[in-house]
Design a protein around this ligand. Structure first.
Ligand code: DGJ
Length: 708
């Protein structure tokens, strides 16, 4: 095979790379019907006046040493020397769907290995670089980034901001003359900046436009940027962010970027999400399609720290009655943990609360046919804990400074071998002495001055976190793990490789959840998203929602209940039972089908759904977020159906729908399909659509489509 021009191809996407004399991506876009390596000559650029006299390629390393004045792909030095390397390809290794390019700067004695894989089915591109120091003098690495060129018509970017209780909020920026950058130094993927963004055509939407998505699969500090160079060319970059002095490469030592996962779609954001979802299901998700996601009950918002075994058993009995399949005891079960100011680090059972141990509860839970799970927060320590009194030096800190606490806690230094061994031992005790099948792994504090032996070590801390998870997965392969960090503070593909579920947000308010879950759905399929029905009056917002709106909002994800069922009235219990049953009926479709978000002209309405892989059935949710902009809700044009098929359209769940002729209410007469199911062609439903009812704000309904 010609190793100068390499083509990686998938069903819908092509990636064309020139590998000699240096590596650069020439094309990343729609699959080409015809291509020959000679075609790339058409891209030969002019050299403009008033600039350097040479053409400047957008190489893998984006070297400053070549004359690239923008953000380089590599920055570092060896005590001031070898600070502007330039790489030349020395080896190209081509395998089906993958290419590895090795390049070197002989003067700086640096080697760069770049691995690229394009998944043949989904078109998801995985890239990472590894930099190796071949010199006996250490090389201090400041930055190592994956750089991807995107075409000049990528003029808009969409990224996600957030905070505690408000994750995954999309925002848009224009890309012109300069760029856009987002950084996180919080020591986790963070609520504030999910490590991903999308660039695309002007006005790209759910269903329209070319888009290029980029995600850094990393749970630590990160930097993402999109730049418009002064010559108009555009690049996106993603990297782990290194704090000063963190990475020094001794002779023969190397450092790799996290994997960057990139996806191109010609069909708007849906195409990108569908590629990511399919890729995750096929390559990253740790449970098989046959391992049904059990419905959870988590005790946190039901009892908080108030643990009484007899009462917890009553909760479990009620949970089983309404259809729960996994029962989880949250925070509060270990020594000294009567509130959030003490106990973290002391991973021993609180024998005052649990004089008989955990076993009676676990046996009770299992006798009811449910599996058992428990909460932990291993990386943390409260100053008010036996562990801290014994080992104050185990804290991740720089000596001589006073750390601020966060939720009254510090972070443990996982690079300290004794800390690592202690945590592994205590978690192994928990998981081997008790038939625990699930742990919720929390992380409630950001990293400040994360010091190990006097030097900053946030990057190494994240690597140790992964090592701890890897070792636990090796020892206890049957135990599933949920990644939680004050809700959605640690959500990314790096942690997904080691866990099975994300706690999306501490906010169980159905209205807020509609936005948060939609934001997360751009990069994650429903079955890894923890979505719980919370109290009628939401603890986070104090807003009240009907069981219908709460039930439907939790329905599509990895569903659960987060409240005390013993205290719930009959109407509420009936609602939980109903939505759990509905979820179980629809679960194979929801967790195996293709997710669609629909472009709606009226932004007070949110429509999304799942179509089965064979396109014979689908379920769509219409959520009315606020008062409608106009007096009618208009139509929904369903995507993803078979045009030639006939579908029966029916109302699968309509908690709030009513007609009121006088004195308020939103409708006098329902659209006819709501009065009785009707059969309509797929083409008609996709092109002309279905008239939507006028719903009250903060309510939802579920539409079913079934081929007849
Ligand atoms: C923060 C989590 O996000 C909550 O779900 C809960 O587990 C608490 N921590 C417990 O302290």
């Amino acid at each position: 095979m010609n190793s100068e021009i390499v083509r990686l191809t998938s069903t819908d996407t092509d990636l064309i790379i020139r590998c000699h004399p240096f590596a650069e991506i020439l094309y990343w876009g729609p699959k080409l019907v015809r291509f020959s390596p000679e075609d790339v000559a058409s891209l030969q650029r002019p050299v403009a006046n008033g600039k350097l006299d040479v053409d400047l390629p957008l190489t893998f390393a984006m070297e400053y040493g070549r004359g690239q004045f923008g953000s380089p792909g590599i920055e570092g030095h060896s005590d001031g020397y070898h600070a502007a390397p330039v790489f030349t390809t020395t080896k190209v290794d081509i395998k089906p769907g993958a290419v590895t390019v090795t390049s070197e700067d002989e003067l700086a004695a640096l080697q760069l290995i770049s691995e690229l894989r394009l998944d043949a089915q989904t078109g998801v591109l995985q890239i990472r670089h590894t930099l190796k120091n071949l010199h006996h003098r250490p090389w201090q690495l400041h930055r190592l980034a994956v750089t991807l060129p995107v075409p000049e018509h990528a003029v808009e970017a969409m990224a996600f901001h957030g905070r505690w209780l408000r994750e995954f909020q999309p925002h848009r920026v224009r890309l012109e003359h300069g760029g856009f950058i987002q950084e996180s130094r919080r020591g986790r993927s963070s609520h504030e900046y999910f490590p991903a963004f999308v660039v695309g055509d002007a006005g790209f939407s759910e269903q329209r436009g070319a888009v290029w998505g980029v995600h850094l699969g990393w749970s630590g500090n990160h930097r993402l940027r999109a730049d418009v160079k002064t010559d108009g060319r555009r690049v996106v970059q993603a990297e782990a962010l290194y704090l000063p002095g963190e990475i020094s490469l001794g002779e023969g030592e190397s450092c790799s970027t996290p994997w960057v996962y990139a996806a191109f779609s010609q069909a708007g954001l849906n195409g990108m999400s569908q590629a990511y979802h399919a890729f995750l299901r096929q390559s990253l998700i740790r449970f098989s399609a046959k391992q049904t996601r059990p419905v959870h009950l988590n005790t946190w918002e039901g009892i908080y720290f108030d643990h009484d075994p007899a009462y917890i058993m009553q909760m479990a009995s009620k949970a089983a009655e309404i259809g729960v399949e996994r029962f989880i005891i949250d925070d509060g079960w270990f020594r000294g943990r009567n509130h959030d100011q003490a106990g973290l680090g002391d991973w021993y059972l609180d024998e005052q609360k649990y004089p008989e141990g955990l076993m009676p509860i676990i046996e009770h839970v299992k006798s009811l046919g449910m599996s058992f799970g428990i909460w932990v927060e291993p990386e943390m320590i409260n100053p008010d804990s036996d562990l801290f009194r014994l080992h104050p030096d185990w804290v991740l800190q720089l000596p001589g400074y006073q750390q601020p606490t966060g939720r009254y806690q510090y972070v443990l230094d996982l690079n300290h071998p004794d800390v690592f061994d202690y945590l592994l031992a205590r978690l192994s005790w928990l998981l081997s002495e008790h038939p625990v099948e699930y742990i919720k792994w929390d992380m409630n504090r950001e990293l400040v001055q994360p010091g190990h032996q006097g030097k900053l070590a946030a990057d190494a801390q994240t690597h140790q976190f992964y090592r701890l998870l890897d070792e636990l997965n090796r020892r206890f392969p049957h135990v599933e793990i949920e990644s939680c960090a004050s809700g959605g503070g640690r959500i990314d593909y790096g942690v997904l490789e080691r866990t099975q579920r994300f706690w999306v947000s501490d906010n169980n308010d159905a209205l807020e959840r509609q936005a948060i879950q939609r934001g997360m759905s751009y990069f994650f399929p429903p079955e890894v998203m923890g979505q719980h029905i919370g109290h009628r009056r939401c603890h986070a917002t104090q807003r009240q929602h009907s069981i219908g709106f709460r039930g439907l909002t939790a329905l599509f994800g990895h569903m659960g209940i987060e409240l005390d069922p013993v205290q719930s009235d009959e109407e509420e219990l009936h609602g939980y039972r109903h939505y759990i049953q509905l979820h179980k009926t629809l679960r194979p479709l929801l967790h195996g089908g293709t997710t669609w978000r629909v472009d709606m002209p009226d932004d007070t309405i949110q429509v999304s759904g799942v179509v089965s892989q064979d396109q014979t059935c689908a379920v769509f949710m219409m959520a009315q977020l606020q008062m409608l902009n106009y007096s009618l809700a208009g139509k929904v044009r369903f995507p993803g159906l078979l045009p030639e098929a006939q579908y029966e359209v029916s109302l699968l769940d309509s908690p709030e729908i009513k007609t009121v002729r006088e004195g308020g209410g939103t409708m006098r007469e329902l659209p006819s399909w709501l009065r009785q199911p009707m059969v309509v062609s797929g083409d008609w439903l996709m092109q002309a659509g279905l008239a939507l009812p006028v719903l009250a704000p903060e309510s939802a309904l579920l539409i079913g489509l079934k081929q007849v």
